[in-house]
Design a binder for this molecule. Sequence first.
Ligand SMILES: *Cc1c(COP(=O)(O)O)cnc(C)c1O
Length: 452
Amino acid sequence: MSQHKYLLSEDEMPTQWYNIVPDLPEPPPPALHPGTHEPAGPDDFAPLFPMDLILQEVSQDSYVDIPGEVLDIYRIWRPTPLFRARRLEKLLDTPAKIFYKYEGVSPAGSHKPNTSVPQAYYNAKAGVRKLTTETGAGQWGSSLAFACAQFGLECEVWQVAASYKLKPYRKTMMEIWGATVHPSPSEVTDYGRQLLAENPDHTGSLGIAISEAVAEAAPHEDVRYALGSVLNHVLMHQTIIGEEALLQMQMAGETPDVLVGCTGGGSNFGGLSFPFLREKLKGNLDVAIRCVEPAACPSLTQGEYRYDFGDSAGMTPLMKMHTLGHSFVPDPIHAGGLRYHGMSPLVSHIYELGLLEAESIPQVECFTGALQFARTEGIVPAPEPTHAIAAAIREAMKAKESGEETVILTALCGHGHLDLASYEAFLAGSMEDLDLSEDAIAEAMAGVPVLG
Ligand SMILES: *Cc1c(COP(=O)(O)O)cnc(C)c1O
């Protein structure tokens, strides 16, 4: 019998998050105060985050215990399954072995609740009444809404206007969990009103939505802000993905030769890869670890490595990261969760240290891979992890040429049930891809099988 999935029992779930910072050969550059440009201290973050999260952001401890209340909620969907993509392997006729860790089994449908739950927990513990946030594709807003509902917190979300229009069901999902949702730019903040006065049809960006959520949180003692990616504490919360995957690869009796993950802000990638990088740094594993990003938003491969703001209005501390510039407004068609101007400072730093590789892949190749995946493995991927799937397929095809049994590991970090408009565009042949012609799309489509 050939095994398809590797499952951990609830009592095998890891009980600590992993912090990679103390294991790095050089410490990451500090965040800077937006006004003085001096290294930012805990007090500079205090208007935005509760102290427990600020201390995690700068922690030098290798491991942090996951609080019992958080473990209890994690157990709703964790441990998550690790799958071997045997049917995709067969379709590709490759000797490679493809494994994927599936995070779409969470209530919100992605990896994001791994951090929204602890963030809501620490805020509730600090006596906060309401959390504000931004959301692009809607995954983070719904994850935070779910987590706030668990701890009795109010939740107010600014959803990028393009996505607010395109994805009404994400808004409904947030409202089901009790959140209030505004399109961004909104009439609710000074910055939003200013942008709407200049352009009433503004399609918005994550950077703008962050500015609006921060503007609502900072002045109020009992309101705080939550970020769904980019920051060190967020990546640390996500390491439960990689810690579980290490155990599950052991169950499968395999060690990965290549690990690929999609990077928007870097959190699902950091979550899967950092525990494997720890083992690599210790000399226990020889694995190539690679970030995959959209050709239309290549912050890591083409952005500059320098200090930039996390938001458009320049209200957040400055972080050294690969960035396309904080005023970057992505094409409205590309409203997905990978369209952020910056990359996690920690992922950027580790990339600069030469411990990570990076590649960008155009969207049509990604959706072509997603159809190959969906028609074999069954799960419809969110648009973001289609990049990871396309990269895994590239590796599998290389293995086919060389005849090597390459072991590939990736994360399928979310399902695409609320992203069907992108699939509709792809299937209609109207998906825009600046790097590929219509002919190339037709050619790519021709390779997609319909399995009986
Ligand atoms: C938010 C999101 C991303 C992008 O964020 P990362 O921090 O890079 O993980 C990717 N995939 C899904 C499914 C998401 O919801």
